[in-house]
Write a protein that binds this ligand. Sequence first.
Ligand SMILES: C[S@@+](CC[C@H](N)C(=O)[O-])C[C@H]1O[C@@H](n2cnc3c(N)ncnc32)[C@H](O)[C@@H]1O
Ligand SMILES: [Zn+2]
Length: 215
Amino acid sequence: MPLPPGEPDNPKAVAAWIVEQTQARDRFAHIYRASEEHRLRHGPDCTVYPTSSGPTLGTLAAVVDSKRILEVGCGLGYSALWLAFGSSPDGLVETIEKDRSHGEFARRHFEQEGYADRITVHQGRGAEVLPGLTGPYDLVFSDGDPDEYLADLDHFLRLLRPGGLLITSNLFLGQHDPNIPGLDQAAAYRLRILDDERLLTSFLPTGMALSVRRR
Ligand SMILES: C[S@@+](CC[C@H](N)C(=O)[O-])C[C@H]1O[C@@H](n2cnc3c(N)ncnc32)[C@H](O)[C@@H]1O
Ligand SMILES: [Zn+2]
């Protein structure tokens, strides 16, 4: 039987269909674009790479029925907006950002989108902010630089509720640049989340890790 017109007929075409159709319906696409434009303006040290998984984050936040969400690596707020959108109607997101200017841009985006009362930015590095936080959180999204990943993981295990979800990005950055600080930590982190009996972990084809805190 002939395929329906436009039906993707190979893995590359399927991937292209998913990108095209989800991007066309991304409610925060303008924040994604603003993040990309910012990085090009800000200079070579800027690491504001908005996630390619915004709608996936929103879906996962909804699945977990999240009321309290924690993020490391706010950037300009694209992923935090998706997490807040997917969470319960009264769900709260706390996001940690080390770069003051990124935090300020993100706050403006949260106001502009009507989420200022549901998303809070903590200014500082995760390593500085995490020790002062108290759980439980329903979902944690880790999207910062990998150079403090191992210390952060101990806090995520402390802060996540049983049945809560840890989502980790930036675990395979060596494919883009061998000189990124913390690649050794990312490598050790990948194995720890697979081997730690408190977590049940799987990886998406993009390299993003999903780890459930076991009950
Ligand atoms: C990959 S971008 C985050 C993109 C954002 N999550 C999104 O999808 O829109 C990384 C951001 O995290 C910040 N960052 C990196 N390492 C951090 C850390 N250890 N603690 C706090 N912020 C960090 C960077 O300044 C940058 O703004
Ligand atoms: Zn920047």
